[in-house]
Ligand binder design. Structure first.
Ligand SMILES: Nc1ncnc2c1ncn2[C@@H]1O[C@H](COP(=O)(O)OP(=O)(O)O)[C@@H](O)[C@H]1O
Ligand SMILES: [Mg+2]
Length: 264
């Protein structure tokens, strides 16, 4: 039986142009995410991680290479996909409920029904008491959960998450990781997750692609064989440390002496 690749990126090259300047950002990047799999892209800042997600979401066309979703080519085709960008997540002038309902309204679901569907999901995201709040009235963790809720409401088997926890303090971040694993266990969407945190990548993922400094190339692909459900104790195990060493080595070799990018 052929496995279903929810997403396959094949031999992608990408360059940004501004005036005379030309910046090669990705070189021959290939990766895939299977059905129900949690895959991370780990790499230093500026290595092209967000560019990979934009290409996967169909927002940016690669110079070369192909994108396949469910084994069908979609390169450069705009489509509905569960993409959570790194910045500009929520509209400040809309309430949490209105923000979360946007993907449903885009599907022509009536506003009343959309609100009802959002309200049903709010408890799962710990937001049931905040539906009427505006983004500036919410904590950082709540805003990220609201953005994730909105991403979940996009009717797509694939979620593309761009450093969703990078701006949070360490404790909130750890709580959010556990919460994301719980939600993921429940919905089993395929996830392509971008991070520059080694611990976060290992803790969350089934598989990790380490990407080198710009121009980004896949340095290594590592399967993470840690049983699920996971809890924070695994971070102190020797197998976790071994994975960590593998990541550090891959990043060192390819990131010119940068020792550990896991600093937030
Ligand atoms: N729209 C753009 N125009 C020109 N350069 C860009 C643009 N977006 C990103 N870059 C540059 O491309 C490189 C990779 O960016 P990005 O994909 O955002 O990396 P990462 O997400 O890994 O930090 C960076 O050097 C960045 O400055
Ligand atoms: Mg980025």
């Amino acid at each position: 039986m052929r496995t279903i690749n929810r997403l396959a990126i094949e031999n992608i090259y990408s360059t940004y142009y501004s005036g005379e300047q030309q910046l090669s950002v990705l070189e021959n990047v290939s990766l895939h995410v299977e059905e129900g799999e949690f895959v991370s892209v780990l790499g230093p800042s500026g290595s092209g991680k967000s560019t990979i997600l934009k290409i996967a979401a169909g927002l940016l066309k690669p110079d070369q290479g192909r994108i396949l979703v469910n084994n069908r080519e979609v390169t450069g085709q705009p489509r509905l996909v569960g993409y959570m960008p790194q910045y500009d997540l929520l509209f400040p002038w809309k309430t949490l409920r209105q923000n979360a309902a946007l993907p449903l309204l885009a599907k022509k679901i009536k506003s009343k029904e959309a609100s009802k569907r959002v309200d049903e999901m709010l408890p799962l995201f710990g937001l049931e008491n905040f539906a009427e709040y505006y983004p500036h009235q919410l904590s950082g963790g709540m805003r990220q959960r609201a953005a994730l809720l909105r991403t979940m409401l996009i009717d797509s088997d694939l979620m593309l998450l761009d450093e969703p926890f990078a701006a949070l303090d360490a404790l909130t971040r750890e709580t959010m990781q556990d919460w994301l694993l719980k939600i993921w266990g429940q919905f089993r969407r395929s996830v392509l997750f971008v991070t520059h945190s080694i611990d976060e990548a290992i803790y969350l993922s089934d598989r990790i692609y380490v990407i080198s400094e710009r121009p980004g190339k896949i340095a290594i692909e590592q399967t993470i064989d840690l049983e699920r459900p996971r809890s924070k104790e695994i971070i102190t195990t020797s197998i976790f440390s071994r994975y960590k060493q593998v990541m550090i080595n891959a990043l060192n070799i390819n990131a010119r002496g940068e020792e550990d990018i896991n600093q937030n």
